[in-house]
Design a protein around this ligand. Structure first.
Ligand SMILES: Nc1nc(=O)c2c([nH]1)NC[C@@H]1CN(c3ccc(C(=O)N[C@@H](CCC(=O)O)C(=O)O)cc3)CN21
Ligand SMILES: CC(C)C(=O)C(=O)O
Ligand SMILES: [Mg+2]
Length: 274
């Protein structure tokens, strides 16, 4: 197995121009498969709410949800860098609350870093968490926890002034000590500019090819997302089709009395049955 991925590895990858490959996971088997494939970073995203809990946004996701799923993921992972999203309003009320919640995701959840959304306005909180010894990943551009303020899941930073603000936020977060920065749904030119002007690696999602790494929601790229899939997603497999085939075959065999057969049943006589 390749060496454990740490914050130092991420920095080294950026320097060497080796792309950082990231995906999301919310459960033990998925995390195990991603880790065995050699994915560099696994994010327990609050997209959990939309992808596996059936919510309309990431806003209802709680600290309890995040700890629960982070535990499952961290138990599965040997090599990848495990990052957990801080959920909506878990880092805004006070520095103390933010630090307590970050600590829970690390100590109880087993994450190695936490991610939070926002720029300059949350930089003091980022710095406090980093100073406490917890690696922090930033997240700029389309920040889904602010969906109501943004007026929908729209591309951010298209206007010159907005782009300037995002660039400045990236610089401020870099200064505050983040270990990586997620850039979501921004023009590729802006992502390139940020990537070339901060010290830590950028991880893009809908942010073009010039980022130091890429992330997607695993359910989107494997084709099991129910409902809307963002435009920036490329689908690499159709797992839903495979699931439907398997489930339909099972339904048919049970209805026709073909399953279970002798091979999958126990009997008093045949001792070799497991
Ligand atoms: N399944 C899923 N995939 C994700 O990537 C994802 C989530 N859920 N939930 C949390 C956030 C929300 N994200 C989203 C959600 C929707 C769009 C979206 O619908 N975008 C429009 C583009 C709008 C525009 O042109 O400005 C699209 O049509 O894709 C984008 C990102 C990304 N994250
Ligand atoms: C889309 C990624 C970056 C995320 O924040 C999530 O999965 O929650
Ligand atoms: Mg998120």
């Amino acid at each position: 197995m390749e060496e454990k991925v740490t914050t130092l590895t991420l920095r080294k990858f950026k320097k060497e121009g080796r792309k950082i490959v990231a995906l999301t996971a919310y459960d033990f088997p998925t995390a195990k498969i991603l880790d065995n494939c050699g994915i560099d970073m696994i994010l327990v995203g609050d997209s959990l709410g939309m992808v596996v809990l059936g919510y309309q946004s990431t806003i209802p996701v709680t600290m309890e949800d995040m700890i629960h799923h982070t535990k499952a993921v961290s138990k599965a992972v040997n090599r990848a860098f495990v990052v957990a999203d801080m959920p909506f309003m878990s880092y805004h009320i006070s520095k103390e609350q933010a630090m307590t919640n970050a600590a829970k995701l690390i100590a109880e959840g087993g994450a190695e870093a936490i991610k939070l959304e926002g720029g300059e306005e949350i930089a003091p909180i980022v710095k406090a968490i980093v100073d406490a010894g917890i690696p922090v990943v930033g997240h700029l551009g389309l920040t889904p926890q602010s969906v109501h303020q943004l007026g929908g899941y729209k591309v951010q930073g298209k206007e010159k002034e907005k782009a300037k603000k995002i660039f400045n936020d990236a610089k401020v977060l870099d200064q505050a000590g983040i270990c990586a920065l997620v850039l979501e749904s921004i023009p590729m030119e802006l992502a390139k500019d940020i990537t070339e002007n901060i010290q830590v690696p950028t991880i893009g999602i809908g942010a073009g090819p010039y980022c130091d790494g890429q992330i997607l929601v695993t359910h989107d790229m494997l084709g099991i997302t129910q409902g809307h899939r963002p435009k920036f997603v490329k689908q690499y497999a159709d797992i839903e089709k495979i699931m439907i085939e398997g489930i339909n075959a099972y339904i048919k065999e049970v209805q026709q009395g073909l399953f279970p057969d002798e091979e999958h049943s126990f009997s008093l006589e045949k001792r070799e049955n497991k």
